[in-house]
Write a protein that binds this ligand. Structure first.
Ligand code: SF4
Ligand code: SF4
Length: 252
């Protein structure tokens, strides 16, 4: 245990898809001492740890209190996935009324949630953010290995278009006029969708310096309606500070 990093993997409102990535990375297990991880072990105690990996957004009062307790125990706090980093799909309700969304449940009176579903950074200090829905195992592996070797972790922040170029893909926007969020989305998936002729719909969140306004203008120039532009941004990262402007400004 001596040289292992003491870690906790915590889940708030989410689907478990991001924390499940740890199960896919046996090469890390010998270096990590999981002190808290409900998906992976039965005995869990909230105690001082080196790294808290947090999946999920804050949707309930209990979660808002719990994340503060986690922050107090952790030397570093790392959000994993779109839910934790920008609110996830569940944050789409922030653009409408809670009553409207609750009405799909047979007994909406049983639902006790906060008015908005929010990213972890709105509640506590976050040291690193790993985007994706789910996150890419290689990025998580490189991140942990960097910390194990006392290196500064590198998380891609450049646009997805870079990955398309590296794969030699034909640009789906230029060649086929297929709407694609690649120019404003963070690399990390290996340009999966454009590699099979589809546009990116943004599950890796906004890249650094994303010029969303310019891309929206381009979409409008190729004849997309404002509603279709908004729909394209209505994704797991819609509530990120960079993308939410489109939903707030462009809805007619
Ligand atoms: S980011 Fe996606 S895969 Fe990860 S917990 Fe949220 S919904 Fe699941
Ligand atoms: S939607 Fe975009 S970020 Fe997500 S897998 Fe497809 S290309 Fe990658």
């Amino acid at each position: 245990m001596k040289n292992k990093l003491r870690v906790g993997v915590f889940k708030l409102s989410s689907c478990d898809g991001c924390q499940a990535i740890f199960l896919d990375l046996p090469s890390l297990w010998e270096h990590l001492d999981f002190r808290y991880w409900f998906l992976g072990k039965s005995e869990n105690k909230l105690e001082p740890i080196d790294i808290a990996f947090v999946e999920g957004s804050v949707s309930t009062q209990e979660e808002a209190e719990f994340i503060k307790e986690v922050r107090e125990k952790a030397r570093l706090l790392v959000t994993i996935g779109a839910c934790a980093t920008s609110g996830g799909i569940q944050a789409l309700r922030n653009f409408g009324s809670l009553e409207e969304f609750s009405s799909v449940y047979p007994k909406p009176e049983f639902i006790k949630v906060l008015k908005r579903s929010t990213p972890i950074s709105e509640h506590v200090k976050v040291d690193y953010e790993i985007y994706g829905c789910p996150i890419n195992p290689h990025i998580l592996e490189n991140f942990v290995k960097a910390l194990l070797h006392s290196r500064r972790p590198e998380i891609p922040s450049y646009p997805l278009c870079m990955e398309c170029k590296l794969r030699g893909n034909i640009c789906v926007m230029d060649a086929y006029r297929i709407p694609c969020l690649g120019p404003v989305v963070r690399a990390g998936c290996g340009a999966l969708c454009p590699s099979v002729g589809r546009g990116c719909y943004g599950c890796f969140g906004p890249c650094k310096g994303a010029n969303v306004e310019s891309l929206v203008n381009w979409f409008e120039q190729i004849g997309m309606s404002k509603r279709d532009v908004v729909r394209l941004f209505e994704n797991e990262n819609a509530y990120s500070e960079t993308f939410r402007k489109v939903l707030e400004e462009k809805v007619e």
